[in-house]
Design a protein around this ligand. Structure first.
Ligand SMILES: Cc1cc2nc3c(=O)[nH]c(=O)nc-3n(C[C@H](O)[C@H](O)[C@H](O)COP(=O)(O)OP(=O)(O)OC[C@H]3O[C@@H](n4cnc5c(N)ncnc54)[C@H](O)[C@@H]3O)c2cc1C
Length: 388
């Protein structure tokens, strides 16, 4: 059996025919439709609704949703390819698609009953953006110290509290919200709810003014006696911690994809620029010192891509991937920062101004080491697996 497996094993970066067609379609879209908007979206800190609509038309907002609910019925690996290709051009668009697929859709598909799937997956597949609301001002890394409260009241839960830093807050109409039904029970009180925009007592608060991924909205959510029907509990009452951990374990592979896309995009710009820019009578790409720096960046991107693809393929194969996902996130985010920094250096003065694309990628890279578990938390996960 083992020999048979080896015989059929493919190199990690060899794509199946449908994967290659999908990747090329997203790449073409990113270059034609996203690239012309990147600077304006960064300046105005906004992704236009028309672009979000185009993402739905392209089929990247419902990648794993079964065809019966209007989705593409494709794999998690397809989602990784989409996030990578979009992030190569704009990591803000990459994360909008990432949260939709790897967190929101993923959680609903895994823990939603038939009723929830029918009501929400169909909307997420057609035109509705989703958001994933776990963090609060007092609970980031220590996510299960959350204070948002859900009190039982007849056929409803009444939610009160505030969520912070919620990606897609301004675009979303479906919010996956984690709250505790019993603060004394610790993490065993945490329960996941599907909350719709427009519900009385629920408002989207201030949008953060950020260093990077500025076009991606990051918002506060405010719940004041917001009555959510019991039918909107996702999974079991008191088991929200499990869905939060398990979706985030998968979601961080998506952040790895965002970061390798960003790094590959920065490297593309660098290769093009260093071949054009002349100093001392020749293209700066002709200096061996520059060539070696570019070669190192390519090494970094290749190695990071392998960690991301490996984690994603393990996940699709139903094999354990916890350590690999943590490794891919921390490594890819470090590579993204390193490669974007080199890009700024090799663009010289032009690397420092907004007219050229790499200063934005340098700013965008920083988030990879913070959200969906900081680098210290990833190291903790890896060490725990190794050391017990
Ligand atoms: C742009 C953006 C988008 C986001 N999107 C979302 C979203 O959609 N949904 C959502 O729920 N959240 C989201 N977040 C929140 C994000 O996940 C948290 O910011 C992150 O988990 C870190 O939490 P914190 O900010 O409270 O930092 P803290 O937990 O306060 O950490 C501060 C520092 O202390 C370190 N630290 C903390 N605990 C330990 C420890 N035990 N050992 C070693 N070091 C430790 C951390 O590594 C970090 O360096 C987003 C954040 C940002 C900035």
């Amino acid at each position: 059996m083992a020999e048979q497996t080896i015989e059929h094993a493919q190199p990690l970066t060899v794509l199946a025919e449908d994967e290659a067609i999908f990747r090329d379609a997203v790449r073409e879209f990113a270059d034609a439709q996203v690239r012309p908007l990147v600077r304006e979206m960064d300046e105005h800190a906004k992704i236009p609704r028309s672009l979000v609509d185009q993402l739905f038309d392209l089929g990247v907002m419902a990648i794993e949703i079964p065809e019966a609910y209007g989705g593409a019925g494709a794999s998690f690996f397809h989602a990784v390819l989409a996030v990578e290709e979009l992030s190569r051009v704009d990591p803000s668009v990459g994360v909008l698609v990432d949260v939709q697929n790897t967190l929101v859709v993923n959680a609903l598909m895994r823990w939603g009953n038939d009723d929830i799937k029918r009501r929400y997956l169909t909307r997420l597949a057609s035109n509705t953006v989703g958001a994933y609301a776990l963090s609060e001002a007092g609970s980031g890394s220590d996510a299960f110290a959350l204070a948002t409260r859900a009190k039982e009241d007849g056929e409803h839960y009444v939610i009160t509290g505030r969520k912070l830093w919620i990606t897609n807050g301004n675009e979303a109409d479906i919010f996956l919200v984690f709250a505790t039904i019993n603060p004394e029970a610790g993490y065993r009180g945490i329960t996941a709810f599907v909350v719709e925009s427009g519900l009385a007592g629920f408002t989207v608060g201030k949008k953060e003014d950020k260093l990077g991924i500025r076009a991606s909205s990051t918002c506060e959510l405010i719940f004041e006696d917001c009555r959510v029907p019991k039918a909107n509990v996702l999974g079991e009452v008191g088991k929200g911690y499990k869905s939060a951990i398990e979706t985030l374990n998968e979601g961080r592979i998506g952040i790895g994809a965002q970061m390798i896309g960003l790094a590959a995009g920065a490297l593309d710009h660098t290769i093009r620029y260093t071949k054009e820019r002349k100093q001392f009578g020749k293209a700066i790409a002709e200096f061996q010192a520059v060539q070696h720096q570019i070669a190192r960046a390519a090494m970094d991107v290749e190695a990071a891509r392998l960690t991301v693809y490996n984690a994603a393929r393990l996940r699709d194969a139903g094999k354990p991937f916890l350590t690999e996902a943590a490794i891919c996130k921390i490594f890819s985010s470090e590579v993204a920062e390193r490669v974007a920094s080199l890009a700024v250096n090799l663009f010289g003065g032009n690397g420092f101004v907004k007219e050229y694309p790499v200063e934005k990628l340098y700013r965008d890279a920083k988030i990879g080491q913070i959200y969906e578990g900081t680098s210290n938390l990833q190291l903790q996960t890896i060490a725990k697996q190794l050391l017990g």
